[in-house]
Structure formats: C-alpha cells, structure tokens
Design a protein around this ligand. Structure first.
Ligand SMILES: NC(=O)c1ccc[n+]([C@@H]2O[C@H](COP(=O)([O-])OP(=O)(O)OC[C@H]3O[C@@H](n4cnc5c(N)ncnc54)[C@H](O)[C@@H]3O)[C@@H](O)[C@H]2O)c1
Length: 312
C-alpha cells in the first residue's frame, strides 16, 4: 500500500536520492526544505505531482501544519559540514539540534508511524578503537558532532518519553550523485572528482593517511526505507556504512586510475575537528534492518564520476 512520506531537507544530496527512489516505488512524497544548501534544480527530474514546501524546520508552528497526514517523517534537514560548524557553532546547533527537536514535536503531535533520523559517525569522534560500535560512548571532536548528537539524543528521548517510534541511522561518509561539489566546506568525493576532471591537483587536508568508511548513497536510501518498516527497530540506533575503509590518499589513487590520470594531490594543514580514522561495525543493521551494502567503492566511484561528467 502507498505510504505518505515527509522528507525534510529533501532537496539536498541525500534527500534528492531518497525522494527519487521513493517516487519510483510509487510512494507519496512531500519535500520540506528551505533551500539553504538544497537546490530547486535537483527536483527537475522528479514527478510533477510531488509536493514541495519551501519552509524552515526552525518554524515549529508551520512545521506542525505540514507534518499532519503523513505516515513517515524522514529528517534530513541539517547543516552537514564539520568545517562550517567550526566557523559557526551556534548555527549548527540551531539547525541540527533545535531543527530536529521541532521535527520530533511535530511528528509526535501528528502521530506519525515512524520518524527516521540520519545522524552522523562524527558522534564517535576520538573514540580510540576501530571498528565503531553503537554501544561506544560519543566523544565529539567538533561543534558539528555535538549538534548531531543533540539531535540523536532527542530522538531517543522522544521514543522513551512519548512513545514516538524513532529510528536513528548513524551514517558514515556518504557519496554519490547530487552531492555539492562547489561547496568549499563540502565532502571530499565530489570535490576531488571535479578537481580531477578539470585536470587540477586535489587538495588533501593533512597527510592523506586518514581513513573513512565511504558508502554509496543508494545503500543509505535502502537503509532509510528499511528503517521505516523493520520490526523492533524503533528506539534503536544503527551504524550505516560498508564496514571497510579507504584512506584519502587511496581515494585519490582510485579516482586517478578510473580517469586514466596520474595527477598528484597537494597537501595542506589538517582541518580542526576532523577525525583520524572511521570504520563501522554494521552487524546490528545487518541483523535488524536486513541492511546489505550492494555498491562496491570502485563501482560507486565509477558511476558517480559519470554523473558529474554529464552534469557539469
Ligand atoms: N552526506 C554525508 O556524508 C552525511 C553523513 C552523515 C550524516 N549526514 C546528515 O544527513 C543530513 C543530510 O545531509 P546531506 O549530505 O544531504 O546535506 P545537504 O546540505 O545536501 O542537505 C541538507 C538539506 O537540508 C536543507 N536545510 C538546511 N537547513 C534547513 C532548515 N532550517 N529548514 C529546512 N531545510 C533545511 C538544505 O537546504 C538541504 O536541502 C544532514 O543532517 C547531515 O548532517 C550526512
């Protein structure tokens, strides 16, 4: 049966990929976005009858009105950049903390079936051991990490206090089509792809030996869909990643070899707030959500490269 989804931040990177998948499966989708980093042009390929509401999650009164009548809220509206949070910690806490609280209040009052929140692996921060397990304590290293933890904690409390079915997906490094390449505060994959396509050297912060667990966005989309319906997932937090890691130097090598180039990167000072290594244990998501990442890093980078080649 068709369900009604409200996707906050639906015009952003993860949102656009999610919404196009939901629409392709025949679901009814409403996007709520203030288009601060999300783009109207991202929505061009989506069905014309889809609802798009231009509004802010910081406006609780109107959010309440918009959430009514939906089965699921997928909360993606957020400020996703560590670097930007270091420059403006207050803004990050407002959007990721208060914005999430508002979305939870509106979802609780509208009695939605489930609220799925995409949090971040930045929450693990400087926890010393790898891989990261959901049972580890949070050790934030940046204002962004604090703000994403604030959102996650509110989700937990809305389940324990009000019985709202919340599911937290702690996403690791997500990449794929529609990720903003122009944003200097943005993620490495699109920045490196665009620089290499322009035959320029990619700039690596630090020595490049830092490692990340990179997941293709289509696998995160599958996890979000599973989180809406998986039995006993309510009140739980899941790592969403591949369970393997690649160094930033390794990422540049892979992109170079996919492009048939040998462009050497430039190195600059490490960025404040960045974690050294990141790798997930995804056993819990495998067991409870049936999560199986399907896209290998090489295939994922190859199709992402093709997408940027066509869209630039
Ligand atoms: N991309 C990743 O690797 C990653 C990893 C872990 C967690 N996350 C989290 O997932 C969420 C989505 O990330 P993304 O990469 O798609 O980022 P994005 O910037 O592409 O998307 C965020 C969307 O939220 C919208 N938005 C921001 N503030 C808003 C507000 N006050 N009201 C309404 N809309 C607002 C933006 O316009 C944008 O469309 C963020 O919360 C981010 O922290 C992302």
């Amino acid at each position: 049966m068709t369900a009604k989804y409200l996707v906050t931040g639906g015009a952003g990177f993860i949102g656009t990929n999610l919404v196009s998948q939901l629409c392709a499966s025949g679901e009814k989708v409403t996007i709520l976005d203030n288009f601060s980093t999300g783009k109207k042009k991202n929505l061009r390929d989506l069905p014309k009858d889809m609802r798009v509401i231009e509004d802010d999650v910081l406006d609780l009164k109107s959010l309440r009105k918009h959430v009514k009548g939906h089965d699921f809220v997928i909360h993606l509206a957020g400020q996703p950049s560590v670097l930007k949070s270091v420059k403006d910690p207050e803004e990050s806490l407002q959007i990721n903390g208060m914005g999430t609280l508002n979305a939870l209040i509106a979802a609780r009052d509208a009695k939605v079936k489930r609220f799925v929140h995409v949090g971040s692996a930045a929450a693990y921060g400087e926890t010393p051991s790898l891989p990261k397990l959901e049972t580890m304590n949070e050790m934030p290293l940046s204002p962004y990490a604090v703000s994403t933890i604030a959102g996650e904690q509110q989700c937990k409390v809305f389940f324990s206090t009000y019985g709202l079915q919340t599911v937290i997906l702690r996403a690791f490094n997500i990449y794929g089509p529609y990720q903003d390449a122009a944003n200097p505060h943005g993620a490495v994959v699109p920045r490196f792809i665009v620089t290499l396509l322009e035959a320029k050297p990619p700039v690596i912060s630090g020595d490049g030996k830092q490692s990340r667990d990179f997941l293709h966005v289509s696998d995160l989309v599958e996890a979000i869909k599973a989180a809406c319906i998986a039995p006993k997932a309510e009140g739980e937090l899941f790592n969403i990643a591949t369970g393997s890691r690649v160094t930033v130097n390794g990422l540049v090598n892979m992109l170079n070899s996919l492009l048939g180039k040998e462009i050497q990167p430039k190195y600059e000072e490490a960025r404040p707030g960045d974690i050294r290594h990141s790798l997930a244990d995804v056993t819990k998501a495998q067991e409870m959500l049936g999560f199986r990442p399907r896209v290998s890093i090489l295939d994922g980078l190859k199709t992402t490269l093709e997408w940027y080649r066509k869209s630039l």
